[in-house]
Design a protein around this ligand. Structure first.
Ligand SMILES: C[S@@+](CC[C@H](N)C(=O)[O-])C[C@H]1O[C@@H](n2cnc3c(N)ncnc32)[C@H](O)[C@@H]1O
Length: 276
């Protein structure tokens, strides 16, 4: 009997398809494992009644909205606490001390951060825990803004309660200080959560945002074309104080238009500084 399941059908040149998507949308699908990519794309092909990657490439040209479906099947709103722990190490050891020194020299005592594309809140809560830990006894005011286009994700974020399995990503020493841990779930203590505000925001809209000291925008640009990425990064540049920091996802590239206006702080963690 001939089987027609996803594995046995010859779909053609996946590498060529991956190149096309990268060239057209600046979207690097090569970061996904091949088997995963094949299965997820096969699911879309099945829905659309298509067989080969070439057919799918033509379909994407004719129906650019399909890029959003393709991304939905691939990204699925994934986030976690302290995603890429090394990024948070550099944040604590380099970014926060530098900000503190600059603020103190100007007699300012407020640090503002913005998590753009914060999904269900793990990132802004990780930022606030890192900030509070790095500040220690120093008396600073802290404010973290979390924004996302997805309002149901923001509802979860505001609730600040997460299933117990998510605790694994949170350093042990933070748990007692910042969390109330139950049997099947934990929540961020209200006195910690009160430093974080959430607001719906489409990054393409030019709604004004308070000028901030740090912007985290991680694993969001995969949704955008290169031009869109450059527009959003331009906006981040305007929203940063001089000496402020931009933290991108580890596989994301700075737009070329910003390359000479931001200084590299850490290449592997994709951390940049707006010059003083
Ligand atoms: C993969 S999650 C990243 C979450 C978090 N930054 C992290 O790195 O774990 C991507 C988020 O970007 C949001 N997003 C996509 N397009 C957006 C847009 N145009 N404006 C604002 N948020 C957007 C999605 O709703 C999703 O929650």
């Amino acid at each position: 009997m001939v089987s027609h399941d996803a594995e046995s059908v010859h779909r053609g040149d996946l590498a060529g398809f991956v190149r096309k998507v990268n060239e057209d949308r600046g979207l690097d699908l090569s970061q996904y494992r091949t088997g995963y990519l094949e299965r997820r794309i096969a699911a879309r092909l099945h829905v659309l009644g298509l067989i080969t990657y070439r057919q799918y490439a033509r379909y994407l040209d004719a129906h650019p909205d399909e890029y959003a479906r393709l991304l939905d099947t691939l990204t699925i709103n994934v986030t976690e606490f302290f995603r890429d722990t090394e990024t948070y190490d550099v944040f604590q050891e380099t970014v926060v001390p530098e900000l503190v020194e600059r603020k103190l020299s100007r007699r300012h005592r407020m640090i503002r951060a913005w998590s753009a594309g914060c999904a269900t809140g793990e990132e802004p809560y990780s930022i606030v825990m890192s900030l509070l830990a790095a500040l220690g006894e120093r008396e600073f005011l802290v404010s973290v803004l979390g924004t996302d286009i997805d309002t149901s994700a923001l509802d979860v974020a505001r609730h600040a309660e997460y299933p117990i399995e998510r605790l694994d990503g949170i350093p042990e020493e933070y748990r007692a200080a910042f969390l109330d841990v139950g049997e099947s779930s934990f929540h961020v203590k209200p006195e910690v959560a009160r430093y974080v505000r959430f607001k719906p925001l489409n990054l393409f809209e030019e709604r004004p945002i308070h000028v901030v000291d740090v912007i985290f925008c991680r694993n969001v640009f995969i949704y955008f074309t290169r031009d869109q990425q450059a527009r959003v990064m331009e906006r981040f540049w305007r929203a940063l104080h001089r000496g402020g920091f931009l933290v991108l996802g580890r596989s994301e590239k700075l737009a070329t238009t910003l390359a000479d206006r931001l200084e590299l702080v850490d290449g592997s963690q994709r951390i940049y500084r707006k010059p003083h």
